[in-house]
Design a protein. Structure first.
Ligand code: SF4
Length: 274
């Protein structure tokens, strides 16, 4: 029976992934390969160069030769905000990593996209095990236990709002459960997502709160308190020209991008029937 993996890989698996990834980059020649928002290309003598995809032809970049510089690069956005989800399409620009071989290439890629190349490798070999939303939710405890009660429709809407390429560059491989596939654009990129991540679980918890509200607290025109809160925040933003977007994982705040994407799916059709 072949092995499957979705947790921390063993040393052998990590080294096989490292070699496979370096070969894949080598095969592409000078063009290199795109992985998330990074272009990785061979630079001769077994060396590699990494840049942001939008800096392919840029000059005057900050050059680093230590692969661990990727840790700082991946930490904050262009605006200096912490990045809770490394696969969000908000990797900052302006840097170049010059790396002295496949090992350094893997170190840098793992800092930019944690577990990305191992999952990529296992997926290519058909050995990446996925964990459905329901299996993942069954393991949650404490304040996250309530995600077990999120409806299938809620999971579908949450995944469309939280996981599509506009907000996460991973290819979503997991499903609601073994019988219920996710009905969404799963993503075009190379990095597989085998299991709901902690950002998704946190978002699912918020969507479950919205669902409960809809059952208990709708007003005469069918709006929930949090829907009204979001509409008021949008009106205020438009009226003042000041849009104070919430941080990426601040789902309790009205002007959060994923929360707004969820409202587009669930509130906009209510406001504009047909
Ligand atoms: S669960 Fe969704 S948001 Fe999280 S890494 Fe996977 S695709 Fe991205």
């Amino acid at each position: 029976m072949s092995e499957t993996f979705h947790d921390v890989p063993g040393a052998t698996e990590a080294s096989a992934a490292r070699e496979a990834f370096a070969s894949w980059v080598d095969e592409a020649g000078g063009e290199g390969r795109v992985f998330g928002q990074v272009r990785a290309a061979g630079a001769g003598d077994g060396h590699y160069v990494l840049r942001h995809i939008e800096d392919t032809a840029a000059s005057g970049l900050d050059v680093h030769e230590d692969p661990r510089a990727a840790r700082e690069i991946s930490k904050t956005t262009e605006a200096g905000e912490y990045r809770p989800l490394k696969s969000s399409p908000n990797l900052r620009r302006g840097w170049e990593l010059r790396l002295a071989g496949a090992r350094d290439l893997a170190v840098a890629m793992n800092l930019l996209y944690p577990a990305g190349i191992v999952h990529w490798h296992l997926h290519r070999e058909g050995r990446l095990q996925t964990t459905s939303y329901r299996e993942n939710a069954a393991r949650q405890s404490g304040i996250y236990k309530r995600v077990q009660r999120l409806s299938d429709e809620g999971v579908q809407d949450a995944a469309r709002a939280c996981c599509e390429d506009a907000v996460c560059l991973k290819k979503t491989l997991w499903d609601v459960d073994s019988e219920t596939p996710l009905a969404m654009e799963r993503g075009e990129g190379e990095i597989p997502c085998p299991e709901p991540c902690s950002v998704f679980v946190s978002f699912a918890r918020r969507v479950r709160l919205f669902e409960r509200e809809k059952k208990r607290d709708l007003d005469a025109i069918g709006l929930s308190p949090s829907e009204k809160e979001d509409l008021a925040a949008l009106v205020e933003a438009a009226a003042t020209g000041h849009v104070g977007f919430a941080r990426e994982a601040e789902f309790e705040k009205p002007l959060n991008e994923r929360r707004m994407r969820y409202r587009r799916l669930t509130l906009a059709p209510k406001l504009r029937p047909g």
